[in-house]
Design a protein around this ligand. Structure first.
Ligand code: AMP
Ligand code: ZN
Length: 116
C-alpha cells in the first residue's frame, strides 16, 4: 500500500522513533503522545482495521498482543498500561493500517471512554 502512512513507516520510507522491530511487526512512539508513554504496535503487512482481520491474521495479531507487555515494561510501564484499537469512524480511527495503542505513565490512564 504505497499511500499508506504506516506501510511507509514499516518500509523505512518515513522515520519513526522505534521501540521494537522484527520480521512481522514494528512498534514506534506515537507522534502526538496522549500520555507520557504512548507507542503503537503495527503489523508489517498492510491490514486496514479489525474489520479486515480474519483467521489468516490470528497468529500475527496474537504475536502483537503477546509482545505488548514486554514492550510496555521495557518502556518503563511496570505498573499497568492501556491498550486501545480504534476501528472505523465510530471508533475514531484516523490511520487505516491496524495498530495497537499502548499508553501509560505515572498516573492512571483514567476511564475507558469519555463520560457523556
Ligand atoms: P488512530 O486514531 O487510532 O487511527 O491513531 C492514529 C495515531 O497515529 C494517532 O495517535 C496519531 O498521533 C499517530 N500518528 C499519525 N502519524 C504518525 C507518525 N508519522 N508517526 C507516529 N505516529 C503517528
Ligand atoms: Zn498500511
Amino acid at each position: 500500500m504505497a499511500d499508506c502512512l504506516f506501510c511507509r513507516i514499516a518500509a523505512g520510507e518515513i522515520p519513526c522513533k522505534k521501540v521494537y522491530e522484527d520480521e512481522q511487526m514494528l512498534a514506534f512512539h506515537d507522534i502526538h503522545p496522549q500520555r507520557p508513554v504512548h507507542f503503537l504496535i503495527i503489523p508489517k503487512p498492510h491490514l486496514s482495521s479489525l474489520y479486515d482481520a480474519g483467521s489468516e491474521h490470528e497468529a500475527l495479531l496474537g504475536r502483537m498482543m503477546a509482545k505488548a507487555g514486554e514492550l510496555a515494561r521495557a518502556e518503563g510501564l511496570d505498573d499497568g498500561f492501556r491498550t486501545i484499537v480504534n476501528t472505523g469512524r465510530i471508533g475514531g480511527q484516523e490511520v487505516y493500517h491496524l495498530h495497537l495503542h499502548i499508553l501509560g505513565g505515572p498516573e492512571p490512564v483514567g476511564p475507558m471512554t469519555q463520560k457523556r
